[in-house]
Design a protein around this ligand. Sequence first.
Ligand code: AP5
Ligand code: MG
Ligand code: ZN
Length: 215
Amino acid sequence: MKLILLGPPGAGKGTQAKMLTEKFSIPQISTGDILRAAVKEGTPMGRKAKAFMDAGGLVPDAVVVGIVRERLQEDDCRSGFILDGFPRTVAQADALQASLQEMDKELDRVVSLAVDAEALVERLTGRRTCRQCGRGYHVKFDPPQQAGICDACGGALFQRDDDQEETIRKRLQVYADQTAPLISYYRQAGVLMELDGMLPIPQVQQEMLSRLQAS
Ligand code: AP5
Ligand code: MG
Ligand code: ZN
């Protein structure tokens, strides 16, 4: 299964990708996670990306296209992958198409999650993530058993630097301007599957699985 999860910041791409990874035993490729790891390690790429991320803007296409091109060559992508947060511009989508063609691969589905802007702000301001295992939570919609502590591994939960309201609003604008055009891009390609991302987490998952398995 070769999938893209498309949707605005806070739509639930990461949340759903983690479930799909377990279900289909294919890797989640999150350009956001890869970039945050590079920032943390202080690599040259991370240092370059940090300013764009902190401002809520996009990292240059050439950087993320390079990351994904390399990642897709790895062995664990042989039977499929879930792209989470990539592509985000038409140029990235064209580059992905070219890379897949080179590898003789084809996308199966682009799952688009639609969520209202105000719900996105509430989701992102309440998001918490485990520093140790990366599991995501929400203080209201998906709280851990003990505040601030990961159910899965006992690690400490943290809030992302770009999850401050002002930066969130900037990210939503960037999404509307640069990423939303990909919905019609993939509709025209005949691979788009539109889902109601306003439903609770388990319902979104159920709906996604049943429609993926039926197609
Ligand atoms: P990235 O990390 O990809 O951030 P994003 O796209 O802004 O998306 P998020 O991770 O914020 O949202 P999500 O959809 O994964 O939501 P989640 O499942 O966590 O990118 C960060 C930055 O890196 C970018 O701004 C950019 O600078 C750079 N970057 C990354 N990729 C790039 C690219 N391709 N090109 C250029 N730059 C790039 O859910 C959010 C919260 O809501 C959680 O708390 C969750 O528990 C809760 N939740 C989830 N689903 C539901 C539900 N159905 N109901 C209620 N709550 C829910
Ligand atoms: Mg995410
Ligand atoms: Zn954890």
